[in-house]
Design a protein around this ligand. Structure first.
Ligand code: PLP
Length: 379
């Protein structure tokens, strides 16, 4: 129950262990087409350019920036946690200028500030933001932000690493232009792949670049020689064959459950965990309504050694929860309820284990009420 990787389903682990076949084998190519189709479903898009980059979420991020940003461009970057800072790094390394729109950690990206920045910088070409900020558990309003980008003639780059599969991600409805995710969060697959999707408008920009994409590996024009439909597939890099079996299986599981049902399950388990923690006296850092169901950042009770609590949970209960990152290090715990791990059993285990460990440390919590409060949500 950390911030990822989440628990991987036995079905996915079984798929991972199937015999490795050639990455140009006709049966494998067939499976690749199915992966693309299921990713379109997960992203809720008809974008033809929807596929997994052969590397973790950070490579999906880099793929969006490296392909869409050129030296001298102006990019508006929203930062309300750790990952917006990485977007800024990407922009700078592309030789472009990052115009920062900053919000307090634990709050969402403020659309009014974004609009101001877009108006003050009519020459900006891209707006980049994190939909689900895993460092704080805040969920920003992607629909509104993508619309603002469009209204100001900008493309949008959206980080959906933690949101995909756990909370609504609607690429076509939002009009998002470039979006990336990861396999090890709410898709409950093994780490190491990054699903991405690009709109036709984004592809147009990539085709008309003044300079070649600096990264050979991530250059979409070349990657599509392998992942593109129709045309004869050519060797670009050796695809991570077994990881793709695993992704295929995890997407089948998502399809069987249904996206809406997966979103509802994440929401329900979050509400139960929240009810239990709050009854115990442990508060959330994100205000009601802005919380991510799959990542719960909560404040460490007064006088408690937060690292000792995590150690006890891990050693005595085989339960992992996450520490705070960056500005929140030492101040919060990040409790994940992602994908396969978002279930009632985990919620109840986490609440009872936390109560036991904190009780033994004489922490200022209310005992004996958390489980009932959580069960009331399930009733
Ligand atoms: C985990 C995460 C990433 C990075 O993904 P990796 O697979 O670790 O490279 C990027 N953005 C967000 C919001 C994340 O939660």
């Amino acid at each position: 129950m950390g911030p990822g990787p989440s628990d991987v389903s036995p079905r996915v682990l079984e798929a991972l262990s199937r015999p490795t076949i050639g990455h140009l084998d006709p049966r494998f190519v067939e499976m690749m087409e199915e992966v693309k189709g299921m990713l379109q479903y997960a992203f809720q898009t008809k974008n033809a350019m929807t596929m997994p980059v052969s590397a973790p979420g950070s490579a999906g991020m880099e793929s969006c920036f490296a392909n869409l940003v050129e030296a001298g461009d102006k990019v508006i970057v929203c930062q309300n946690g750790v990952f917006g800072g990485r977007m800024k790094e990407n922009v700078i390394r592309c030789g472009a200028e990052a115009i920062m729109v900053e919000d307090e950690w634990g709050t969402v990206v403020d659309p009014a500030k974004v609009e101001e920045a877009l108006e003050a910088n009519p020459d900006a070409s891209i707006l980049a933001f994190v939909h689900a900020e895993t460092s704080t558990g805040a969920q920003s309003d992607a629909a509104t932000l993508c619309k603002l980008a469009q209204d100001h003639g900008c493309l949008s780059i959206v980080d959906a690493v933690t949101s995909l599969g756990g909370t609504p991600v609607k690429v076509d409805e939002w009009g998002a232009d470039a979006i990336y995710s990861g396999t090890q969060k709410c898709l409950s697959c093994v780490p190491g792949l990054s699903p991405v999707s690009f709109s036709d408008r984004a592809l147009e920009v990539i085709r008309n670049r003044k300079s070649p994409v600096q990264s050979w590996f991530l250059d979409l024009n070349l990657v599509m020689g392998y992942w593109g439909s129709g045309a004869q597939r050519t060797y670009h890099h050796t695809a991570p064959v077994n990881s793709l079996y695993a992704l295929h299986e995890s997407l089948r599981i998502l399809q069987e459950e249904g996206l809406e049902n997966a979103w509802a399950r994440h929401e329900k388990n979050h509400l139960a965990l929240k009810a239990g923690l709050e009854a115990m006296g442990i508060g959330f850092i994100v205000k009601e309504g802005d919380c991510l169901p799959q990542l719960n950042a909560v404040t460490v009770p007064e006088g408690v050694d937060e690292a000792a609590v995590r150690k006890a949970l891990l050693e005595d209960f085989n339960l992992e929860i996450g520490a705070g990152l960056g500005a929140l290090a030492g101040k919060v715990w990040r409790i994940g309820l992602m994908g396969h791990a978002s279930n009632q059993k985990n919620v109840m285990l986490c609440l009872s284990a936390l109560e036991a460990v904190l009780g033994q440390m004489k922490a200022p919590i209310t005992k004996g009420v958390a489980l009932d409060a959580a069960m009331a949500v399930y009733a």
